[in-house]
Design a protein around this ligand. Structure first.
Ligand code: PLP
Length: 388
């Protein structure tokens, strides 16, 4: 089945639920068994079926099955947030005395977790240049437990050569973990590209409506049991209502992503033509440093990109952002609405430098009309000029 057919059909079983198109919301803690013998053998088929609320319900399992199928993984597990998924996935691989390689451009709370929780517990965390490619082989040590990727980085959009990193890691028997939130299971088939464990903030495009927090870990068969057991050991449990919302968002993921990408390319090209803009950073644009690898490995681009303002003062940056009427100022992305933040990437890296010669603005392009978004950016540039 093709991707769009999977979006409509994966994770559905109307015949089990009186013909209902969507898997209903099942809320429970206790699950009752007909006999003592059934109860005592409930864990035989590890994490299949329903046995206790914390291990999932038909609602959470429908989401997990749908996302695993779309991305091409073995199985998936849902968690209460994207960061919870990152923490559990890393926790499945590292232990005291071990070493983990982490892309310097990772989501900053991922970096904070590594620095504040892993390092004091005796795990060696080493940040690497995301553009290292085959050079990753030189950083691998006997104690290395995992290579963590995030491609592209969600502030400055460096595209990693994941197939090459995967080959180097697998040659030494090391797992590749990737935060695939930007790529999504729709645009980046992580498992076909050499990822072993793919992590999503479903809060972003899968939920798609800025109204729930959900994380997902999808693993290949080799690493599934380890990942699933770690999630169980940490005690995570995710709300079936939130999984229902994520599964509802999943059904329209393809049309939203495709439409938002087209608008984002239009807005990005308009920005490129403006004197106020020094540089647009979006792998979907020809000439972007990440474009070649993006084109090889992805089938589309999330509508999240950055641009560098030409010699703007702090006052002008504030005037620009505050003047925007259609772009909300706030964290997250992947919803139907446009957003803006100032990406202060230089504050978050140690292995590489970020010095693009001007302030970096990150935009998320929602489902609004792209001409209205462009007009909004244009009037905000005019207000920024007045503040200069
Ligand atoms: C938002 C985000 C996360 C964290 O997801 P939450 O659901 O907010 O916990 C992780 N990685 C990336 C790239 C993100 O953008």
């Amino acid at each position: 089945m093709k991707k769009d057919t999977l979006l409509a059909h994966a994770g559905r079983a109307p015949e089990k639920y009186q013909g209902m198109v969507n898997t209903p919301v099942f809320r429970t803690s206790t699950v009752l068994f007909p006999t003592l013998e059934d109860y005592e053998h409930r864990g035989d088929d590890q994490f299949a079926g329903v046995r206790y609320g914390r291990y999932g319900t038909p609602t959470t399992q429908a989401l997990e099955e749908a996302v695993a199928q779309l991305e091409g993984g073995h199985r998936a597990v849902a968690l209460p947030s994207g960061l919870a998924a990152i923490v559990a996935a890393i926790g499945a691989f590292v232990k005291t005395g071990g070493h983990i390689l982490v892309a310097d451009t990772v989501y900053s709370p991922t970096r904070h977790f590594c620095d504040a929780r892993l390092k004091p517990n005796g795990v060696e965390v080493e940040y690497y240049d995301p553009l290292i490619g085959a050079g990753i082989a030189k950083l691998i040590r006997p104690s290395t437990r995992a290579v963590f990727c995030e491609s592209p980085g969600s502030l400055t959009f460096e595209v990693q050569d994941i197939p090459v990193i995967g080959d180097a890691a697998h040659a030494r028997g090391i797992a590749v973990l990737a935060d695939n939130t930007w790529g999504t299971p729709y645009f980046f088939p992580a498992f076909a590209r050499g990822v072993d464990v793919s992590i999503h903030s479903a809060t972003k495009y899968i939920v798609g409506h800025a109204d729930a927090m959900v994380g997902l870990i999808v693993a290949n068969e080799k690493h599934w049991a380890r990942v699933r057991q770690t999630v169980a050991d940490y005690g995570y449990s995710v709300s079936p209502d939130d999984c229902y919302l994520a599964l509802r968002g999943f059904r329209t993921l393809g049309v939203r992503l495709t439409h938002q990408m087209q608008s984002a390319i239009k807005v990005a090209n308009w920005l490129k033509s403006r004197p106020e803009v020094k540089r647009v950073i979006y792998p979907a644009l020809e000439g972007d440093p990440g474009h070649t690898i993006w084109k090889r490995d992805f089938s589309g681009a999330a509508a999240l990109f950055s641009f560098v303002m030409n010699g703007a003062s702090d006052e002008q940056v504030s005037a620009f952002v505050n003047a925007l009427e259609l772009f909300g100022i706030g964290s997250s992305w992947g919803g139907y609405e446009s957003l803006v933040v100032v990406a202060r990437a230089e504050q978050h890296r140690t292995a590489t430098k970020w010095n693009p010669g001007g302030p970096t603005i990150r935009l998320h392009i929602g489902l609004e009309d792209s001409d209205d978004l462009i007009a909004d950016l244009e009037q905000a540039f005019a207000q920024a000029k007045q503040a200069g």
